[in-house]
Design a binder for this molecule. Sequence first.
Ligand code: SF4
Ligand code: SF4
Length: 356
Amino acid sequence: MFPFLKGAFRTVFFRAPLNARLWLTYRCNYRCRMCGIRDLSTSPEMSLSELETVARHLRALKLHQVILTGGEPLLRGDIVEIVRLFSRHGFLVRLQTNGGIHVTESLLDRCYEAGLNDISVSMDTLDPEKQDRICQATDVLKYAQQVIRYCLDRHGSRGVVAVNVVVSAENLFELPAIIRYIDGMGAFFSPCIFTRPFSHPSVEDHRHKGDPFSLSALDTARVGRLFEDLRGLIRENRRVLMSTRLLNDLERYIRTGDHQWECRAGELSMDILPSGELIPCCDTADSALESPSANLKRDDFLRIYRSPAFRKKCVNRRSQCPGCLYGCYREPTYLATDWRVLLEALYKTIRFKRLF
Ligand code: SF4
Ligand code: SF4
């Protein structure tokens, strides 16, 4: 429990960033319909020695957790060394994977041996055909379930095994069944809420393709029953990595379209592109092109990151944004500013004897 408390303490009292999502690669073996990350798959990736510099800079920021993501991070041939590197620097290390056929038991064992704490595996539905349609691949659900089961059976006592579910119109009403299934396995439900089905004229477009995913024009009576059910599952202490506040935000968004909030992306949480550029969140990838740019593999990173000009750039980007419901950025802010969310997180930590 101690590392979580230490991370929460630093975030609450010193506004240290809780986590960074490090995009190790744009490459991916799937072609999910809501994701355009493949459009960038030829971009250069950071070497191990560059990642060493990244780790040193993140330590200087007193960051708590590094989330290794992509693309598909387990496509990197040096992923075990990358896990070892960030573990050695004292971070809580989480891997996000789609759990495809390339994720072998031996690769998982080596990542855990190298210091991996937590893993989250993508799974959006219990319907195999629908999952294949979403990812435009074959047997996606079967492989993901195998990876989740293996991590739980072999390494479940090491940390959190979570299931990342992209919440969209494709699966919204399936969520109670999905949560019961994940909880029954012994894993944690971790939602990524998909609220912006419109396009951006930039690289940030990658989360917003495809109207079938839009959470709008839904039957309100059915929505009411759904959220009663979801709140009931949280009250039953199912393994749900989502604060009640974020769940209420989701209901409000579906009912009213309101998804604005006091965003702190870039301060309490942040994303790092495969180039090393720090951006406030996954939807502001094009801000890396604006000056000043803070690149974690460069020696001048800390000076630029702490400069008023960089702060101003982040604030400007956030103020131009119409909002979102991404838990990756909302939850650290809620944790630092809302004692009810902090208490809920502490309760889950004690209840499940896991660090979140
Ligand atoms: S959503 Fe994830 S698994 Fe799907 S294509 Fe994008 S990066 Fe790959
Ligand atoms: S509200 Fe903040 S975290 Fe959400 S998309 Fe906009 S800038 Fe990013």
